[in-house]
Design a protein around this ligand. Sequence first.
Ligand SMILES: NC(=O)c1ccc[n+]([C@@H]2O[C@H](COP(=O)([O-])OP(=O)(O)OC[C@H]3O[C@@H](n4cnc5c(N)ncnc54)[C@H](O)[C@@H]3O)[C@@H](O)[C@H]2O)c1
Length: 315
Amino acid sequence: MAKVLVIGSSGQIGVELIEQLAKIHGSSKIIASDINLNLNRNLQGVTYLKLDVLDKIKLLEVIKKYNISEVYLLAALLSAVAERNIQLAWDLNMKGLFHILDLAKEKYIKKIFWPSSIAVFGPTSPKLITPQTTILEPSTVYGISKMSGERWCEYYFLKYGVDVRSLRYPGIISYKSPPGGGTTDYAIEIFHSAIKKGRYECFIDKDIELPMIYMDDAIRATLELMNYERKKLTVNSSYNISGISFTPKEIASCIKRTYPNFSISYKPDFRNEIALSWPSSIDDSYARKDWNWSHQFNLEKITSQMLEGISNSEA
Ligand SMILES: NC(=O)c1ccc[n+]([C@@H]2O[C@H](COP(=O)([O-])OP(=O)(O)OC[C@H]3O[C@@H](n4cnc5c(N)ncnc54)[C@H](O)[C@@H]3O)[C@@H](O)[C@H]2O)c1
C-alpha cells in the first residue's frame, strides 16, 4: 500500500500535519522524517525516521522501501534564520525541492506538497489585497528561494507533468510546536509571554499589519488542495491563501480582554524590515474560486484558542 512521507515533520507545521494525515490515512501509512527527531512527540503507529532531505541517495532508499506515493516537503530555513545563514538557506530550500521534484519526474513519487510563502512578495508588490499574479521582487534570502521554488514547481508541472501543489502561507499561528525562526514568530510568542510573564517586548512595530492564518485553517487548506482534482486547479505555481490580517497592537488588545494587566512594548529589530517588505493583506480569490477555500479563524477565535491551548499544555 502506498504511503505518505512528511519531510521536516518535527517543525511547527509538521507536528500537526502528521496528526491530521494519520487521522485521514491511518497512522501506519505515515512516514514522518526530519533531520532532528523529537521522540517525545511520536504518535503511535507512525514511522519516524531520521532523514536529511539533502541526502538524495538515502531519500530514494526511503521512498522505495516504504512505497511512498505522496510527499509533503516542509524542511526549509525560515525568513529570520535564513538571513543569518544565506548559503544553507539557499542550499536547503532549493536543493531539497529539486531532489523531490526530480524523484517525481523519475516517477518514484506521484504527488508533492511544497509550501511557499507571502515572502515571495517584496517592497514593490502591491501592499493591500496583494493579487495572485503581480510584481515578485522579494528582498530576503527566504523570499528569493520561495519565489524561485514556485517557478521550478510550475516548470516541472508544465514540462514533465509533475503533480506538485503549493500554497503561499501567511504567518501561521499555533501553540503545539514552537515556530522555526520566521518573521511572524511574534504573533505566537506574544501569547506564551502574556501567560507566563504578563508582558511582551515585540520585535515588530505596533502598527505593522501582516497576513496570518491559524494552524487548523492552514492544515485544512493544505489537505483540501492536495485532495482536489488536479485538472480543476488553475494556479500551477503557488496559491495565495489568506486568513486574516492584524497588527501587534490589535493582538495585544485582544489578549487584554482576558488578561487586563497584560502590557506590550516595542523594540523593532532586523525582522521589522522584513515585515515592512511584505503585504498587509492577501487576495486569495483563486483559492476561493478554484477549490472553495474559506478560512474559519478570526483574531478573537485565534486568541481564545491560543490562550486556552497554552494554559492547558502548561497546567
Ligand atoms: N510557519 C510559518 O508561519 C510558515 C509560513 C510560510 C511558509 N512556511 C513554510 O512551511 C514549511 C514548514 O515550516 P515550519 O514552520 O514547520 O518550519 P520549522 O522550521 O518549524 O520546521 C522545519 C523542519 O525541517 C527540519 N529540517 C531542517 N533541515 C532539514 C533537512 N536537511 N532534512 C530534513 N529536515 C530538515 C527541521 O529540523 C524542522 O523540524 C517551510 O517550507 C516554510 O518555509 C511556514
